[in-house]
Ligand binder design. Structure first.
Ligand SMILES: [Zn+2]
Ligand SMILES: [Zn+2]
Length: 730
């Protein structure tokens, strides 16, 4: 039970302002509950905060100011407060920043707003029927009991608003005030459309048992692409709804949401709440409020949906749990997969991690007995996993500036002639990754970052993929001023499209690359058109690997399977393995068998061989053994510290000062590497220096890091960010 404070009681308030402590206030007139969202004075301003606890006291009470007012929002529950506290401790994030994540509701401080709605009135018939009036009444009768706004009702009936107003005057239609934020329609867990296979039913039963236990547990739901993972976990969602608890499904990509919402509607008869950056402010406010009040049973969203104020969250599904976009790389650095597990453990809830190619972290947690594992081995219906083969590029003798081998081109031709689709995968946006001057060798770089500019020919610009800065493609070399000597080097998807157009002049070609679409809606429309057969050849970046269904697709050609293996990232092998299998899994999802061809210069590389053989467990065991030997995640702990400043000397000085004071880290047996210039040494004009801390799995890393970092006072224009379990090493 949340404590109630009486008027004048001293309360401590957590605000969203970047202060390193709570502030004391007096409870307002009428008192307030612990957890209440409030408006408080801070200097000359009014800011939003949460009543966290009783006040500290110990100073002149006469000077303590009062809470201005309590906001119209359900008070923060204890579970949420514990979650924010633990998440802050884990990620070494100030509580004020955690509270900002938890209060991302537009208009949180607004008074409850009302709107006028129209429903069937008490009078049966007007004095005189017209066809327009009949239409309005027919709409209201058809949707018995539902209410509409004036505009909605007029549009649905196909009449002018004055017709509705005329019926209001006669009492046939009633005009009422209603809260603007309405509950979401109820989802019907009993309304099932798909028949599950025995294997799927068994898996669904296991997940549902977990939900019914009302205890914490995490299950890895592993299933090859097309095995029906979604159908299975939606059954667990149904069980959760029957139990009267809320469910959350996290998706890695906004573009996937539309397709997913349709599946939810098919299964449950209505649409759930949506939460991501593409949702309107009005809908966001409604979702936040209804999640708190219990008027939203299911939320589908991006990682930030984890910080919504659920009334009683019983199940969190993390779909495509291996996806790197679950790691927030800006602001508060957190991994949504790990935070889902944390939040569930604090609320006796279940987590389902779904993937065809799980992360090594989750695989290791299963091996260690921390997570359960449920597997789906057969593909839905007739479809089978595609055959995978390597094309040895050393034997292909391609002319320069060509990337599609004769072998791959032949395979594409066969598919196109059979009216099937082929996908060419290249994980590089733009036209060419490098633009070089043939006269002096100068490579065009970004002025703000230590990165090369990438040519985007469709937009006729050069673009920096680090900061997004663009500039026109110059006619002369910026270094030696030679004219017409700048040349693109290497392929991007746009350049590949040129080659495809030359090889297959009659084929319809579509490019799927995130930068070519202004909005998630435009991308979704393009994906739907392609899925419906609107293209013969699809050229795509990583975006195509993320769960879209292309039923006519029977061939996948990977242009450069070696691309991901070059990085120094400890997860390079894992990521290549996952990505290649995800991409290959796009082929042959309906009745037609699929084929995946991978162009590689190193067909005997262990990762390439593991991909081709499909011996996943062997790959995971080998990869796990290497990480264990190196003491790196998931068998050891790591933290990345990035210092950045416009002043290059300052940033190195601070880095060295930190490296000279590592006593708190040595006490827990941790090692410190660096400072070193980060691989991207300058972004947006700020110089970057990295330190890396490595510790044993059981070491209390966060406490030691706080003690270590806390020893110094930092210059004001220096930024320090701590990344626990870093995914990116740039
Ligand atoms: Zn030049
Ligand atoms: Zn840049």
């Amino acid at each position: 039970m949340l404590h109630h404070f009486d008027e004048g009681d001293l309360v401590s308030v957590l605000t969203t302002q970047p202060l390193d402590r709570m502030l004391d206030y007096k409870a307002p007139e009428g008192g307030c509950f612990q957890g209440a969202f409030v408006e408080v004075p801070l200097g000359p301003r009014k800011v939003i905060g949460v009543v966290w606890d009783k006040g500290e006291g110990g100073y002149d009470l006469a000077k303590v100011r009062s809470v201005i007012r309590v906001l119209d929002a359900v008070p923060m529950r204890e579970e949420m407060a514990r979650f924010l506290t633990k998440a802050a401790e884990y990620t070494l994030t100030p509580m004020s920043a955690m509270l900002r994540l938890a209060t991302r509701s537009p208009g949180l401080g607004d008074p409850p707003s009302m709107r006028v709605i129209y429903r069937r009135g008490t009078v049966d018939a007007p004095d005189r029927w017209t066809s327009a009036r009949e239409k309005v009444v027919a709409v209201l009768d058809d949707f018995g009991g539902l209410a509409f706004t004036l505009k909605e009702l007029a549009e649905m009936a196909g009449v002018s608003t004055s017709v509705v107003k005329g019926l209001v005057a006669q009492g046939v239609v009633a005009e009422e005030q209603s809260p603007r934020d309405l509950p979401y329609p109820r989802l019907d867990p009993e309304r099932s459309r798909v028949a599950l296979t025995d294997e799927q039913s068994g898996a669904a039963r296991t997940l549902s048992d977990g939900v019914e236990s009302r205890r914490y547990g995490t299950t890895l739901l592993k299933g090859v692409t097309g095995s029906g993972k979604t159908e299975v976990y939606l059954e667990a969602v149904a069980t959760c709804l029957r139990a009267g608890r809320q469910a959350l499904v996290l998706l890695p990509e906004i573009a996937l949401t539309a397709e997913f919402l349709t599946r939810v509607e098919d299964r449950f008869g209505a649409r759930p709440a949506e939460w991501h950056s593409g949702v309107t402010m009005t809908e966001r406010r409604r979702a936040w409020k209804m999640v708190a009040e219990g008027g939203a049973e299911l939320v589908v969203g991006a990682r930030s949906a984890l910080f919504l104020p659920y009334r009683d969250l019983g199940l969190i599904v993390v779909d495509e749990e291996h996806d790197t976009s679950y790691k927030q790389e800006d602001g508060v650095l957190y991994n949504a997969r790990d935070m889902a597990v944390l939040r569930a453990s604090l609320n006796d809830a279940q987590v389902v991690l779904a993937s065809a190619t799980p992360s090594l972290e989750s695989w290791a947690n299963v091996e260690a007995g921390k997570y359960a594992r449920v597997e789906l081995t057969s593909r839905f219906g007739e479809a089978v996993m595609p055959e995978m083969r390597a094309i040895d590029m050393r034997a292909e003798s391609l002319p320069s500036n060509r990337w599609i081998s004769e072998t791959l081109a032949r395979a594409v031709r066969v598919r196109v002639e059979a009216d099937e689709q082929a996908l060419l995968f290249l994980n590089r946006r733009g036209y060419a990754p490098v633009t070089i001057c043939r006269a002096c060798g100068h490579q065009i770089g970004c002025d703000q970052c230590d990165a090369r500019m990438v040519e985007h020919r469709f937009q006729r610009r050069l673009m920096c993929h680090q900061c997004g800065e663009t500039k026109p493609i110059p006619a002369a070399c910026p270094s030696c001023e030679a004219e017409d000597r700048l040349a693109p080097v290497g392929p991007g998807v746009e350049r590949l499209a040129e080659e495809v157009a030359g090889l297959f002049p009659d084929a319809r070609v579509a490019i799927l690359s995130s930068d070519l679409f202004g909005s998630a809606r435009a991308l979704k429309a393009q994906i739907e058109e392609i899925a419906g057969g609107g293209a013969d050849i699809i050229i795509g970046t990583q975006i195509v690997a993320k769960g879209h269904n292309f039923p006519h697709l029977t061939l996948v050609g990977v242009i450069d399977a070696d691309l991901g293996l070059q990085g120094s990232d400890l997860r390079a092998a894992e990521r290549t393995f996952q990505l290649m299998r995800q991409v290959a899994g796009r082929a042959g999802r309906a009745e037609k068998p699929g084929l995946a061809l991978m162009q590689t210069y190193q067909p005997e590389h262990p990762v390439i061989r593991a991909i081709l053989s499909g011996e996943e467990e062997a790959f995971w065991r080998a990869e796990a053994a290497e990480r264990k030997a190196a003491g790196v995640p998931p068998y050891g702990r790591m933290a990345g510290i990035v210092l950045s400043s416009p002043d290059v000397q300052e940033v190195f000085d601070v880095g060295k000062a930190l490296a000279a004071r590592t006593e708190p880290l040595h006490r827990i047996g941790a090692q410190v590497f660096g400072p070193a210039a980060a691989p991207i040494a300058r972004i947006r004009g700020r110089h970057r220096v990295r330190l890396l801390v490595k510790a044993e799995k059981s070491a209390p890393l966060q406490q030691a890091l706080s003690a270590w970092i806390g020893q110094l006072k930092y210059p004001t224009n220096l930024r320090l960010s701590v990344d626990i379990d870093p995914q990116s090493f740039l």
